[in-house]
Design a protein around this ligand. Structure first.
Ligand SMILES: *[C@@H]1O[C@H](CO)[C@@H](O)[C@H](O)[C@H]1NC(C)=O
Ligand SMILES: *[C@@H]1O[C@H](CO)[C@@H](O)[C@H](O)[C@H]1NC(C)=O
Ligand SMILES: *[C@@H]1O[C@H](CO)[C@@H](O)[C@H](O)[C@H]1NC(C)=O
Ligand SMILES: *[C@@H]1O[C@H](CO)[C@@H](O)[C@H](O)[C@H]1NC(C)=O
Length: 857
């Protein structure tokens, strides 16, 4: 299905260096992807499904993706990587990494950064980012082969509660995949964008997007408002996120895990003496798949029969699971499924009565138990099942991507998201009773993303601040520590210049994608202008110069773009330094009093102690690793292909040699050739048999060339035997036509001259064609005579290709003249001589004739 793209038009007809953007809804179980563009299409997997299983794995040495990898998961549990989303940006000893270990048999290790690495059974280790990058690269490949422009940029969904670490990790994975992260969008916001695409909200409406995915569940409370511009009559829909609630480890996977435990316990109950099924990775992997199947059956039936042949120790497993039993086991989860809605409401300070609908999305929202948990707190009438639970996020992301890429004009939808966590700045300050640690929430939970803050601190020496998440989650708490250098000297200089209360101003931002960063740091102090104008100005300047920006309390944080603007324009006061430079020779003699420098940029040093992001070198190493896997696989494919081709060729040659003596092959070959081919063929067959499997592609190709060099001439004779006669006939036709032309052209010329016209052709031109005809005819006659003396098993002396070349040359020369446009025009009687020998003045004639005879080529 193509999405209806009434809102999506390519801006500007020609967008030359346009690389396509990919929108990816990356899930723990399934990944949905869409190409952003006029042909916005959901990508199909190899089974033509509209989603990809988020799995990468190896079957022996073959790397597999999606359902191919999933289908062999039970055979290669240690080499199949599913649910990697849990490990994104997770520390090795984190809650999420621990949870992952309960659902996967993959072997995990701590990386040098303290994140989770995965070890294949052959010992090779991959980072989570690399394995996810492989999946992104695979989707890129699918997108690229779906036609259209190659994909370069990616917009990807993330759960709203993702911390900087998880956001960084997925961005890094995208980069390692050879793509460019264009932006991140929270799941709920993406679904809201999709919802707003086809709707209008003349009066503001509040909706809750309830997204129960595989790995987590979240509720996003959004307010939709559509306003119409008085002047342009265009609609703008604003989506404001007002509240977020979530449960990080609650989703479809947890339900699968509980079901798998029911199945495992059921097996244990019957076969307790045989061993611990939970220690058998293959059996657990089979049960994991079975749990998923049983869950789907229980969504529509009250009971599900489970049956797995030879689950472990050659025992066939049979069980009956009822929905009641399943729900009983998950009873504790019901309130957890409802909680995010309550939390989102609480944060938004709205009540359920204000909510127009609760929009269900995500795979787990189909589970009756989950729906019931929601219905328990929200009346059934408010539940909206009118979005495509699977695709809403991918489609919304694609539209968002279209907005970001700016290559398309979209329906005007504006998104304002909020932060799910408190971000605080931590530093030490001099207090009355000695130094104390200050915690200052700069970007509060529920505050708008895409904002900047400026921190003014009274300092005399270099110092550092830390940016941290407040509270128990996320972990680690510390995002980054920034140290500011050059403070001592800058403040000293400002003080020297009589600056009033010099301070250090640090600008920090929370991006639209919820990344926190330290943007700029300067030492600043207002310098009193003691010139007469300055003094006069100062009298009526009001608060700006009199009221100090920083009070006795050391911190003053203000969210304001104007604050930032004034800071950055102040740093632009480097210009006085410029004019004070020696090049001032050009300045006029009148002395200009230079305003002293009031802003000094400081050196910012960042330290990521808790969980360092990947360095560019590390990312580039990973890219190289991935590329070498790709190259290796491509080489393997080429080798297999060369192998098959040579094998097929051997069979074909054998058939030819074994053919009937009156077959064309025998007819066009000599006894010697057949003997030689036979001997070589036997050699190559034996070689294939012995070392063919390990032979390099080059060797295989070389062997094939050996054989070809013997067979090729024979085939050529056969081909020429059939191709030469029609070619000769064509050439003879061309010669005939050429001769007719020459005769006619000469006749016409004579006539034209006698009528006093400029003749259409010069004598040279006609003679030229005539000569060409004579040459060609002579060549053909000579070759045909020789060829007729040859045997069929001798190489020809006349090749159809040469005949064709001659024919085409003759044709071109003749056609050029035939196509010439000509209108009768009286010859100018030359003043000097009347009787002109046409051949001697032909050049002059030709140049004169351009007015009426033009070659049309
Ligand atoms: C647009 O029109 C409405 C209704 O006439 C008016 O209240 C509003 O102020 C106008 N807005 C602008 C920006 O002119
Ligand atoms: C401070 O002033 C001194 C002396 O004028 C100068 O050499 C130095 O570069 C100044 N420092 C900065 C950071 O501009
Ligand atoms: C010669 O003149 C006739 C009659 O105008 C014309 O049909 C024919 O194409 C001319 N021949 C050539 C070779 O131009
Ligand atoms: C081409 O051959 C014919 C017949 O052999 C001859 O009359 C004519 O002069 C030749 N033309 C040229 C240009 O050599």
């Amino acid at each position: 299905m193509l999405l209806s793209l009434v809102h999506l038009l390519l801006v500007g007809a020609a967008a030359p260096a346009w690389a396509a953007t990919l929108a990816v809804d990356f899930g723990a179980d399934w990944t949905k992807a869409s190409i952003v563009g006029p042909k916005m299409e959901i990508l199909l997997n190899t089974d033509s499904k509209r989603k990809f299983q988020s799995v990468v794995g190896w079957k022996a040495t073959d790397r597999l993706f999606g359902s191919d990898a999933y289908s062999v998961a039970a055979r290669f549990p240690a080499d199949t990587y599913m649910s990697l989303k849990y490990l994104l940006g997770a520390q090795f000893d984190s809650k999420r990494a621990d949870y992952y270990k309960t659902i996967s048999s993959a072997k995990t290790v701590a990386t040098s950064r303290g994140t989770v690495g995965l070890v294949r059974s052959d010992g090779t280790q991959w980072s989570t980012e690399e394995l996810i990058a492989m999946q992104f690269a695979y989707i890129k490949q699918v997108a690229d082969s779906a036609g259209g422009d190659p994909v370069r940029d990616v917009v990807v969904t993330v759960p709203p509660f993702y911390s900087q670490f998880e956001r960084q990790a997925i961005s890094d994975a995208i980069e390692i995949a050879g793509l460019r992260p264009l932006g991140l969008i929270n799941d709920g916001a993406a679904i809201a964008v999709n919802y707003a695409m086809t709707r209008s909200f003349p009066t503001p409406e509040h909706h809750i997007i309830y997204d129960a995915g595989a790995s987590s569940t979240s509720a996003t409370l959004v307010t939709f408002t559509t306003t119409t511009s008085n002047t342009t009559k265009a609609d703008t829909t604003t989506i404001e996120v007002k509240g977020i609630g979530y449960d990080e480890l609650l989703g479809g996977t947890e339900l699968d895990r509980r079901l798998r435990d029911i199945l495992a316990s059921s097996f244990d109950a019957k076969h307790s003496s045989t061993g611990d099924i939970r220690k058998d990775p293959k059996a657990m992997s089979k049960l994991w798949k079975e749990a998923g199947r049983v869950k789907a059956v229980l969504s529509v039936n009250n009971e599900a029969r489970s049956s797995i042949e030879s689950l472990a120790w050659d025992i066939d497993f049979k069980a009956l699971v009822t929905r009641a039993e399943f729900e009983e086991t998950c009873a504790d989860l019901a309130p957890r499924f409802a909680q995010p809605i309550k939390d989102a409401l609480a944060q938004s300070k709205l009540s359920l009565n204000d909510i127009s609908s609760v929009i269900l999305a995500g795979g787990a929202s189909r589970t009756p138990m989950v729906q019931n948990a929601v219905i328990d707190i929200v009346s059934e009438s408010k539940i909206a099942r009118n979005v495509n639970a699977d695709e809403a996020a991918a489609v919304g992301t694609a539209l968002y991507g279209a907005t970001l890429s700016r290559h398309f004009r979209t329906k005007d939808i504006r998104l304002q998201d909020i932060s799910a966590h408190d971000v605080q700045v931590v530093y030490t300050a001099e207090g009355k009773n000695g130094p104390r640690t200050i915690h200052n929430v700069l970007f509060p939970k529920g505050g708008k993303t895409g904002s900047k803050k400026t921190l003014s601190l009274k300092r005399k020496e270099d110092f550092s601040i830390a940016l941290e998440y407040k509270g128990d989650t996320p972990t680690p708490a510390q995002i980054v520590e920034a140290t500011f250098g050059g403070v001592t000297e800058s403040i000293a200089n400002l003080t020297e210049a009589n600056a009033i209360d010099p301070v250090v101003k640090v600008t920090l931002s929370l991006s639209d994608d919820a990344f926190v960063s330290v943007d700029t740091a300067v030492a600043y102090g207002e310098i009193k202008d003691d010139t007469l104008t300055g003094m006069l100005k100062g009298l009526f300047a009001g608060s700006s110069s009199t009221a100090p920006e920083v009070g006795t309390e050391e911190t003053s944080t203000r969210a304001s773009s104007s604050e930032t603007d004034s800071a950055s324009s102040a740093s632009g006061s480097a210009s006085p330094t410029d004019s004070a430079s020696p090049s001032a020779s050009a300045t006029p003699t009148v002395e200009v009093k230079v305003k002293p420098k009031d802003t000094y940029p400081l050196k910012i040093t960042l330290l990521h102690a808790a969980l360092p992001p990947l360095t560019s070198a590390e990312k580039s190493d990973s890219k190289t690793r991935l590329r070498s896997v790709d190259t290796e696989e491509a080489n393997k494919r080429l080798n297999a292909e060369a192998h098959n081709v040579l094998e097929g060729y051997i069979y074909r040659l054998r058939d030819l040699l074994d053919g009937a003596p009156d077959s064309p092959f025998f007819e066009f070959s000599t006894e010697t050739e057949r003997e030689k081919l036979k001997t070589t063929l036997e050699e190559v067959s034996a070689w294939m048999h012995e070392v063919g499997d390990s032979a390099s592609t080059a060797e295989l190709t070389k062997k094939k060339k050996n054989l070809e060099s013997i067979e090729e001439p024979i085939q050529t004779r056969n081909r020429e035997y059939h191709a030469a006669p029609p070619a000769i006939r064509d050439l003879q036709q061309a010669l005939l036509a050429g001769r007719t032309f020459v005769v006619s052209a000469r006749e016409n010329r004579t006539q034209e001259e006698s009528l006093g016209f400029e003749p259409k052709y010069t004598v040279e031109e006609i003679d030229g064609v005539d000569r060409k005809i004579n040459e060609t005819a002579d060549w053909l006659e000579e070759r045909v005579l020789k060829q007729n003396k040859r045997q069929r098993n001798q190489d020809p002396v006349l090749y159809s290709k040469d005949v064709e070349i001659r024919g085409k040359a003759l044709q071109a020369q003749t056609m050029r003249l035939i196509k010439r446009k000509w209108y009768p025009k009286l010859k100018k009687t030359a003043t000097s001589a009347t009787a002109t020998d046409s051949s001697s003045t032909s050049t002059a004639t030709e140049s004169k004739s351009t007015g009426h005879a033009t070659d049309e080529l």
